[in-house]
Design a protein around this ligand. Structure first.
Ligand SMILES: Nc1ncnc2c1ncn2[C@@H]1O[C@H](COP(=O)(O)OP(=O)(O)OP(=O)(O)O)[C@@H](O)[C@H]1O
Length: 250
């Protein structure tokens, strides 16, 4: 079943036409990889799914993006709640200059949760879900900056999970990490798929092939091909997809 539907989406940065007539569906509880050469619009598209582009001046978007059948660009939409439901993880781990505990509890506190026991529980659950609990359970009050890059990224995932989103957007979440941390995050993403819908931008084709169910290939603001990862990597329909997968450009 699809949880996100894009209908003829166009996005402009002032006059620059960055997304062109994007349509398609993202399936619930699946991993969708966005691939394509630098500057083709992957991050712009990802950000359009939780309205992060709203913060950029001069952005104009046309068409519709439905999440659970609701047009997220409708005037009635509460953007804060939308971003609670659709969390985001970035390329560079970006914990706050706070303790490990306070990083994970941050979103819940913003949404008014004060009960210590409840907070403790959600912090523990979120850190467990992000496969970090065993490494940090005895140092929860220590600064998040003391963690390794890979641990910080899992902490950012825990922080996103703590407010119970349905969808997680990940913008090259492993590109700043070493291979061992990358493998851990990939394994974690595979686990999270059971409960969450994940959309991930990656420059790493092996990663897209390894972890995703579906893949969208972007080129110059368009989706050239969007299909099962199996099909995209083994029997693409479009010559440009085939050339890109084969490393002939990009
Ligand atoms: N804030 C912005 N203001 C103006 N133009 C932008 C902005 N962000 C991106 N663009 C332009 O929109 C196009 C798509 O950029 P985007 O970052 O979405 O591509 P990308 O595929 O994610 O690239 P990369 O793989 O290098 O991260 C590019 O031409 C880029 O220069």
């Amino acid at each position: 079943m699809s949880i996100i539907q894009m209908k003829n989406v166009d996005l402009y940065y002032d006059k620059h036409h960055a997304l062109k007539n994007i349509s398609g569906e993202i399936k619930e509880r699946s991993i969708t990889a966005l691939i394509g050469p630098s500057g083709c619009g992957k991050s712009t598209f990802l950000r359009s799914l939780n309205r992060m582009n709203d913060m950029i001046q001069g952005v104009r978007i046309e068409g519709e993006i439905l999440v659970a059948d609701q047009n997220i660009y409708h005037a009635d939409v509460n953007v804060e709640n939308l971003r609670k439901n659709i969390g985001m993880v970035f390329q560079q781990p970006n914990p706050f200059p706070k303790s490990i505990y306070d990083n994970v509890a941050f979103g819940m506190r913003i949404h008014g949760m004060r009960d210590r026991k409840e907070l403790d529980e959600v912090v523990e659950q979120s850190l467990k879900a992000a496969a970090l609990w065993d490494e940090v359970k005895d140092i929860l009050k220590k600064p998040a900056y003391g963690l390794s890059g890979g641990q910080q990224q899992r902490l950012c995932i825990a922080r996103a999970l703590a407010v119970h989103p349905q969808i997680l957007l990940m913008d090259e979440p492993t590109s700043a990490l070493d291979p061992i941390s990358t493998a851990k995050i990939e394994e974690l993403i595979g686990e999270l798929r059971k409960q969450y819908t994940i959309v991930i931008v990656t420059h790493n084709m092996q990663q897209a092939a390894r972890i995703s169910d579906d893949t969208a290939f972007f080129l110059q603001g368009e989706i050239i091909e969007f299909d099962t990862t199996e099909k995209i990597f083994h029997a693409p329909s479009d010559q440009r997809t085939e050339d890109y997968i084969a490393g002939r450009f990009g």
